[in-house]
Design a protein. Structure first.
Length: 290
């Protein structure tokens, strides 16, 4: 265990939410953006002014990503594109996903370095194998890439774009796939890091510029970092039990913002931050056509 850095996250935004997820960084507005899934809320925290803005949405929304013409929302019905203000405009359902499965919903979503949207699904009751992982290309073609998932969660890519990391939470591991940055093809899924010895289950993740993967451990009160060889190199202690995801934020992308969920006693549901001494990769804008 020697050589593992130990860090501690501090409060960033007092939200009082239920299940905060999908944090992203929007440099144009200087906002950390995230969602509260069960409460159907979108939140934007102005990092400079330390002001929280909240928007209600009609549909269960699990990720709020930047789009070149506005916002891209991962929702129960699929990918929505919003050119106007979020909350005031439900947007256009650009890509329906699993319309034949009304008890499924979207979960984590993220764009690869080329701006392709990746969106996972899961059953409301977390039924084993009911979910899948989809890729939405800039021309809005949708491809199912992985089947038989239970809780499709964190995703990230290496600096050269040739490795993809992915989490199906109940497996308690991070998987690696070979990735073709030119076509978006992902293949050869295989276990990369076994997390069964750690407390909690893996949830959302992000990657820094050295290909270190930072993964939130739900019910584990920590974010764990693994270098490109899969070695455990850092632990960020979080003051609440249920971290859900993380993203690098700030003008230098040198602060790690961590979303959390509330536990049965209502503790959690806020956003925390630490300075891990590394630089992260940016939140990628969805490159989809209007």
């Amino acid at each position: 265990m020697s050589g593992i850095r130990h860090l501690r996250a501090e409060p960033l935004a007092d939200v009082g939410g239920a299940l905060l997820e999908g944090p992203t960084w929007d440099p144009a507005s200087g906002q950390v953006r995230f969602v509260d899934i069960p409460r159907r809320r979108l939140h934007a925290f102005d990092l400079g002014r330390e002001v929280l803005m909240t928007f209600a949405v009609e549909e269960t929304t699990t990720a709020w990503l930047p789009w070149r013409d506005g916002s891209a929302l991962a929702t129960r019905s699929g990918l929505r594109l919003v050119a106007a203000d979020v909350g005031a405009d439900p947007g256009r359902l650009a890509v329906p996903i699993e319309p034949d499965l009304p008890t499924n919903r979207s979960n984590d979503a993220k764009c690869d370095p080329a701006g392709r949207m990746w969106m996972g699904t899961m059953a409301d009751d977390e039924s084993e194998g009911a979910g899948a992982l989809y890729r939405v290309d800039p021309d809005l073609r949708c491809t199912r890439v992985l089947d038989a998932l239970t809780i499709s969660n964190g995703m990230g890519w290496s600096a050269d774009g040739r490795r993809m990391w992915f989490v199906d939470s109940p497996t308690r591991r991070i998987d690696e796939l070979a990735y073709d940055p030119g076509t978006g093809e992902a293949s050869d899924r295989r276990p990369w890091v076994d997390l069964s010895a750690f407390e909690g289950v893996p949830d959302g993740l992000t990657v820094d510029t050295e290909d270190t993967v930072w993964v939130a451990m739900h019910a584990g009160a920590a974010v764990l970092a693994f270098d490109r060889r899969g070695g455990h190199v850092a632990t960020v202690e979080v003051p609440v039990a249920r971290p859900t995801s993380c993203v690098f934020v700030g003008d230098q992308l040198d602060r790690l913002a961590i979303s959390t969920a509330a536990d049965a006693a209502g503790i959690g549901g806020d956003v925390y931050v630490c300075e891990p001494g590394v630089v992260g990769t940016p939140t990628v804008v969805f490159a989809g056509v209007a």
